[in-house]
Design a protein around this ligand. Structure first.
Ligand code: GP9
Length: 400
């Protein structure tokens, strides 16, 4: 019976567009460095505080990268683990709890598994927190990671730590010898930690003057974002010195919002904008930067969600997704009429935003009749229900 449910659900999935052959396979066979930027929102990119940029390194890197400035945070209660889940599986997170904790015995068709089958890739995760945090240790097994370098593999002293744990600079430094031990080609996922609420930072690591927004959480956030940027710059420089840069595709992405709605007025002050439902939704954007050394920079304004990174990467690596079961669209060809779906049923579509239990016209900014959001809402409901059906029934185990 479950097999039938799986086939019926499969038939309900929307046929994806063909990949863009100009970029398909552009990074085939290359190593992959996924860099998860803790709590990093899009608004920090190119933002200056009294003439000092918050992300000077990222700003330069973007000029030589595929840069996607319109990608929305789609995580739910599973926060960082939800981002990992979407990236690895192309499925939506669960509406409550974390799939990493609740569904770690499921069968998945994940990036590590697909890349192992396609190009004999080794997959490794690097994160200097406890292996059990978000149940990573067990979930990584289900997702097919070959290696997980967690807190035990790092030197984590008080001096090298702040807030949740090891600071990003020593984290990247100590990751280099570990990375050297991984067989090529590899997919290496680095999960940063310093830019985490409540955004604490030692004096010596503060590289900019805090603004005065009236919300201290936001003021501190600017300094941890700036520190994270410097840590990534240092990582890139070391990889270049070590000859580990040229043959690597780098994928940098914000894992979820950093400033919750409770503190958002500080961001509105920083950006000199009004606090409305639409500005709130706009703040849910996270940066996505795909850097392939030697490739010309290009800004791709297409709107999408974090879930779409999964298929985008597979296509850049030259892996066909024709037979994959996924809710992820390639951002190079994402259909404009497919809404970007948030786990709570809110969405952003071409013309409308549904949020705060109301429908908004994006061009006027006005609240409009719910009827205008109805057809998009149907799609949103179907997609989330299908994703849940697969996860809660562990249906991928029935698919060859
Ligand atoms: C914990 C880190 C942060 O290991 O990934 O998780 P978060 O609290 O952001 O979900």
């Amino acid at each position: 019976a479950n097999q039938t449910v799986a086939s019926e659900a499969t038939a309900d999935m929307v046929e994806p567009p063909a990949p863009n052959m100009e970029v398909f396979g552009l990074a085939a066979g290359m190593n992959i460095a996924l860099i998860s930027l803790e709590s990093t929102q899009q608004f920090v990119v190119d933002k200056e505080i009294d003439g000092a940029p918050l992300t000077p390194f990222l700003n330069e890197l973007i000029k030589e990268s595929f840069y996607f400035p319109n990608i929305y945070d789609q995580t739910a209660q599973g926060k960082s683990s939800d981002m990992e889940f979407m990236l690895d599986t192309g499925f939506y997170p669960l509406s409550s709890g974390s799939a990493f904790v609740r569904r770690y015995t499921n069968t998945y068709e994940s990036l590590p598994q697909l890349l192992e089958n396609h190009g004999d890739y080794t997959s490794a995760a690097f994160h200097a927190n406890d292996a059990s945090f978000w149940n990573r240790e067990l979930m990584y097994e289900a997702l097919g990671y070959d290696l997980f370098f967690s807190k035990d593999e790092y030197e984590v002293t008080d001096e090298l730590s702040v807030n949740y744990g090891l600071k990003d600079k020593p984290f990247f430094d100590q990751s280099i010898p570990l990375l050297k031990s991984v067989n090529e080609p590899y997919m290496a996922k680095f999960i940063t930690l310093t830019n985490h609420f409540p955004f604490l930072l030692d004096e010596e690591d503060q590289l900019i003057e805090q603004p005065d927004t009236g919300v201290s959480v936001v003021d501190r956030y600017t300094t941890t974002v700036r520190y994270q940027d410097a840590a990534i710059e240092q990582f890139f420089n070391t990889l270049k010195d070590e000859g580990m840069y040229e043959n690597t595709m780098f994928v940098l992405y914000g894992d979820h919002y950093g400033i919750s709605r409770q503190y958002e007025s500080g961001v509105h002050t920083l950006l000199n904008q009004e606090e409305t439902t639409l500005t709130h939704i706009d703040l849910q954007k996270i940066p996505l930067v795909i850097h392939i050394p030697g490739q010309e920079g290009q800004t791709i304004e297409t709107e999408g969600g974090q879930i779409d990174i999964h298929t985008t990467l597979l296509h850049l690596l030259g892996v066909s997704t024709d037979n994959n079961l996924t809710f992820s669209y390639d951002l190079f060809t994402r259909p404009a009429d497919m809404p970007i779906i948030f786990r709570d049923g809110h969405f952003v579509s071409n013309d409308y935003v549904y949020a705060d239990h109301a429908c908004f016209d994006r061009s006027s900014g006005d609240q409009v009749s719910d009827d205008l959001c109805f057809s998009d809402q149907q799609v949103v409901r179907e997609q989330l229900e299908l994703s849940d059906e697969f996860l809660l029934g562990d249906l991928l185990r029935f698919i060859d």
